[in-house]
Design a protein around this ligand. Structure first.
Ligand code: ADP
Ligand code: ASP
Ligand code: MG
Length: 430
C-alpha cells in the first residue's frame, strides 16, 4: 500500500478537490491507498484568528467562524455536493462543535481551546474529499485521525504515543484496505486518552502521513505540493533554484531541521526507520517525477539555501559577571524546553551566551521574566537567518550583498549567517 498526503494548497478550492480526486483515480488499482488531507488553503490561519477572538470578543469569533463556514459551503456547492445529506450533516456537526468551544464561558486554557477548534479545518476538508471521491465512483472510507493517532496532553504539539498509535492504525486501516477501500483521513490531529483533540504542531500533516506510513509498512509515501519537488531553495524567495532529483534521508533531515518549509521536520525519521521512500511531487504536474528521498548514500549536492525570517538574537549575560558555564546553560536550556523555544543557532563567550530563535514576542517576554534574577537579557529583533548547506564560496557574497552580517557560524560546509537587511532595502528575491 502507499500513502498520499495532500496539503492545503492542493485543496484550496473546488478545482483543487477535483484535481486531487483525479490524481487518486489515476493511482487506483496499482496499490491500496491511504490519503491524508490538510485543511483547505489558509483555513488554519483563519481558525487561529477565531481562537484569538474567542479570548477577546466571542461574537467576533463567531462571525469569523461563519465566514469560514461560508467559504467551505461555496466549495461544496461548486463541487455539486449541496444535496449530499451526510456531508452537509457532518460539516454542520464539526462547525457546531467549534461553536460550543467558542461560546463556553468557563475559563479555558488557550492551547486546549485552540486544538479543539483548529481541528475542524482538517475534519471538514476530509469530509469534502470523501464526498468528492464517492461522487466520482471511488470506493472510499472516511477515518477519524483521532482514532488513529494517540498523543499526550501537550496541546498544540502533542507527543505521539507510538505503541498505541501503531496498534490503532493497524487495527482500523488494515481491514478497510483489504476491502479495497481508499481511506481518507486528516493530517495534523490526534487524540489524548481522554478523547480530547490535540494537534501535532503547525504544518503537521506531513508528519501524520509518515506515522501512518510507518505503522502500515507502506511501500512509499508521496506528498503532493505546489512545487515540482524539493528545490535548492524556496522559489517564493530565491530565483534560479533547481530541483533535486534525489536526496538521502540524512540530507532531508538536515534541510528540514534548518527550516526548509517544504517538509515538516518530524516527517523523515519514522520513514527512515522503516526504510520507506518519500516522494515529493507536484499536484500541478502530477505526471512528473519530483524528488525521491531515500537511502543513506550521500551524493554531490549543489548549494541548498534555507531562509528563516523573523528571527531574534537573544543575548544573556550573568549579572554577577560569573562565567557562563555548564550549570547556567543547563538552566537556560531547561527553560527553552519548557517554553518550547527552538534554538536555531548559539554562541558563547566567557560571560555571555547568545541564541538565535524565532522572534515570538510573547514567548521571549516570558523567557526574560523567568531568567531576570540571574541574567541581563538584550534582544536584537527583526533579523533573518540564512543556512547554506554544501556552501561554495562564490555564492555567499551575492546572497548576502546589501545585508549587514551580525553573526556567522561554519560547521564543515554548512554556513549559518544572521543578517539584518540594510536600511531602505525591502526584502527582495535573490
Ligand atoms: P502544503 O500545501 O503541503 O502545506 P507547503 O506550503 O507547506 O505545502 O509547502 C510547499 C511550499 O514550500 C512551496 O510552495 C515553497 O514555497 C516552500 N518551500 C520552502 N523551501 C522549499 C524548497 N527547498 N523546495 C521546495 N519548496 C520549498
Ligand atoms: N492545516 C495545518 C496547518 O496549516 C496542518 C498542515 O497543513 O499540515 O498548519
Ligand atoms: Mg502546509
Amino acid at each position: 500500500m502507499v500513502v498520499f498526503k495532500f496539503g492545503g494548497a492542493s485543496v484550496k478550492d473546488a478545482d483543487g478537490f477535483r484535481n486531487v480526486a483525479d490524481i487518486i483515480r489515476n493511482h487506483q488499482g496499482e496499490d491500496s491507498l491511504v490519503v491524508v488531507v490538510s485543511a483547505t488553503g489558509k483555513t488554519t490561519n483563519a481558525l487561529e484568528e477565531v481562537i484569538d477572538k474567542k479570548f477577546t470578543n466571542t461574537s467576533d469569533a463567531l462571525k469569523e467562524l461563519e465566514k469560514i463556514r461560508i467559504s467551505h459551503q461555496r466549495i461544496i456547492s461548486s463541487l455539486g455536493l449541496d444535496h449530499e445529506v451526510t456531508l452537509q450533516q457532518m460539516v454542520h456537526e464539526h462547525f457546531v462543535e467549534a461553536e460550543w468551544i467558542i461560546e463556553e464561558t468557563r475559563e479555558m486554557n488557550y492551547d486546549y481551546a485552540y486544538d479543539q477548534v483548529i481541528a475542524i479545518g482538517e475534519l471538514v476538508s476530509s469530509r469534502i474529499l470523501e464526498a468528492t471521491l464517492k461522487n466520482s465512483g471511488i470506493n472510499t472510507s472516511w477515518v477519524d485521525a483521532r482514532s488513529l493517532i494517540r498523543t499526550d496532553e501537550t496541546w498544540r504539539e502533542g507527543r505521539v504515543q507510538w505503541n498505541i498509535t501503531n496498534d490503532q492504525i493497524r487495527d482500523i486501516c488494515l481491514p478497510l484496505l483489504t476491502q479495497q477501500k481508499v481511506i481518507v483521513t486528516q493530517g495534523f490531529i490526534g487524540s489524548t486518552a481522554e478523547n480530547n483533540t490535540v494537534t501535532l504542531g503547525r504544518e503537521g500533516s506531513d508528519y501524520t502521513a509518515a506515522i501512518i506510513s510507518a505503522a502500515l509498512n507502506a511501500r512509499s509515501m508521496t506528498i503532493w505540493k505546489d512545487v515540482p519537488g524539493v528545490l535548492t531553495g524556496d522559489p517564493k524567495v530565491f530565483d534560479n533554484v533547481t530541483k533535486l532529483d534525489r536526496l538521502s534521508f540524512m540530507e532531508a533531515i538536515e534541510m528540514t531541521y534548518y527550516g526548509a518549509k517544504v517538509i515538516h521536520p518530524k516527517t523523515i525519521q519514522p520513514l527512515k526507520n522503516k526504510n520507506i521512500p518519500l516522494n515529493v511531487r507536484s499536484f500541478i504536474e502530477p505526471q512528473k517525477d519530483g524528488t525521491i528521498i531515500f537511502g543513506e548514500i550521500e551524493r554531490e549536492y549543489p548549494p541548498i539555501v534555507v531562509l528563516e525570517s523573523n528571527q531574534a538574537l537573544i543575548h544573556f549575560s550573568s549579572k554577577d559577571l560569573s562565567f557562563i558555564a555548564e550549570d547556567h546553560l543547563a538552566e537556560l536550556f531547561k527553560i527553552f524546553d519548557q517554553l518550547r523555544i527552538k534554538v536555531n543557532l548559539m554562541r558563547n563567550t566567557a560571560i555571555s551566551f547568545t541564541i538565535c530563535a524565532s522572534n515570538q514576542r510573547a514567548k521571549i517576554a516570558e523567557l526574560q521574566k523567568k531568567v531576570e534574577q540571574q541574567f541581563s537579557v538584550i534582544i536584537d529583533p527583526d533579523l533573518d537567518l540564512y543556512t547554506i548547506r554544501h556552501c561554495n564560496e562564490t555564492m555567499l557574497p551575492k546572497l548576502l550583498s546589501e545585508k549587514i552580517i551580525i553573526l556567522e557560524e561554519r560547521i564543515r560546509n554548512t554556513v549559518q549567517v544572521v543578517v539584518k537587511n540594510a536600511p531602505d532595502i525591502v526584502h527582495k528575491k535573490h
